[in-house]
Design a protein around this ligand. Structure first.
Ligand code: CP
Ligand code: NVA
Length: 307
């Protein structure tokens, strides 16, 4: 990884992602065997969270603990970034104390602004635009389950949101086919697809469909996420109406290959975008996917902090 920051999935080349996945496997195996690695001893991570989180907050914090370092969780009540103090000043001061800053925020510009003024690596822990740590753990999990990413087809059903954008970008980098079915008005904007083609410089094939049946039929993986992301609560009622036909349920899974993998970044809104029988069923790998957030983030932290 040549990048100092992990703000977007496009910060990583294909070779860097492959290296990160290899390191993840080593770290996961060593952890399973009870071998300790305290290579981040004495290092600190500041974690700025402007939105709720369970997986990202806990996995980053545990990652630092397992690697011998320390993480500091900062809520809006603690630093009130951008209001009590400018993002620029937060970046400059935190850079004097810690070795890395993770931020979960609304506007993606806040992440970019923080990175512009920080002299330590910045990790995007989710913005309204992207969720790169999630996509890395997702593609790692698919590779772990299927043994390869070659020829793999991912079908995303639902909102073309932050999670979908990161997945599409990482799939483009890795040459994985990514197709998405979203209701009209909730697709990727044309500019995103154009940007993706230009930035990733691969045959980025994020094909967009209206009907979920069209994307799942040849898929190896069916992926979904909430219809109502954090910050969109005011649109909840209208979104529930528009996304009604986009539920990943038994009927939809039955249209796919027999062993199709079902993924969800969590938290799930059971009974909305996914049913209990699917998320708790034999095709679901959502909890292995959640576990891998930890192992992949350990690899990200080691790569960024030990450079
Ligand atoms: N998937 C994910 O990022 O979960 P949290 O919002 O709980 O961190
Ligand atoms: N799209 C969701 C992802 C949560 C991990 C959100 O932004 O709320």
């Amino acid at each position: 990884m040549n990048c100092r920051h992990l703000i977007s999935d496009t910060d990583l080349s294909r070779e860097e992602v492959e290296g990160l996945f290899a390191l993840t496997s080593q770290l996961k195996e060593a952890y399973t065997l009870g071998k300790s690695d305290i290579s981040l001893s004495g290092k600190s991570l500041a974690m700025i969270f402007e939105k709720s989180s369970m997986r990202t907050r806990v996995s980053l914090e545990v990652a630092m603990t397992q690697l011998g370092g320390h993480a500091i969780y900062l809520t809006p009540q603690d630093i009130n970034i951008g209001k009590r103090e400018s993002i620029k000043d937060v970046a400059r001061v935190l850079s004097r104390y810690v070795d890395c800053i993770a931020i979960r925020t609304f506007s993606h510009n806040n992440v970019a602004e923080l990175a512009r003024h920080a002299s330590v690596p910045v990790i995007n822990a989710l913005s309204d635009y992207l969720h790169p740590c999630q996509a890395l753990a997702d593609l790692y999990t698919i590779k772990e389950k299927l043994g390869t990413l070659k020829g793999v087809k991912i079908a995303f059903v639902g909102d073309a949101n932050n999670v979908a954008r990161s997945l599409a970008l990482l799939c483009a980098t890795l040459g994985v086919s990514f197709n998405i079915a979203s209701p009209k008005g909730y697709e990727f904007p044309a500019e995103f697809v154009d940007d993706m083609r230009q930035t990733v410089k691969q045959d980025a094939s994020a094909l967009q469909f209206l009907n979920p049946r069209d994307v799942v039929k040849n898929a190896d993986v069916i992926y979904t996420d909430t219809w109502i992301s954090m910050g969109q609560e005011g649109e909840a009622e209208v979104r529930r109406l528009h996304f009604k036909g986009y539920q990943v349920n038994k009927g939809l899974v039955a249209l796919a290959k027999k062993g199709v993998l079902v993924m969800h970044c969590l938290p799930a809104h059971r009974g909305e975008e996914i049913t209990d029988e699917v998320i708790d069923g034999p095709n679901s790998i959502v909890f292995d996917q959640a576990e891998n957030r930890l192992h992949v983030e350990k690899a990200i932290l080691k790569t960024l902090l030990l450079k």
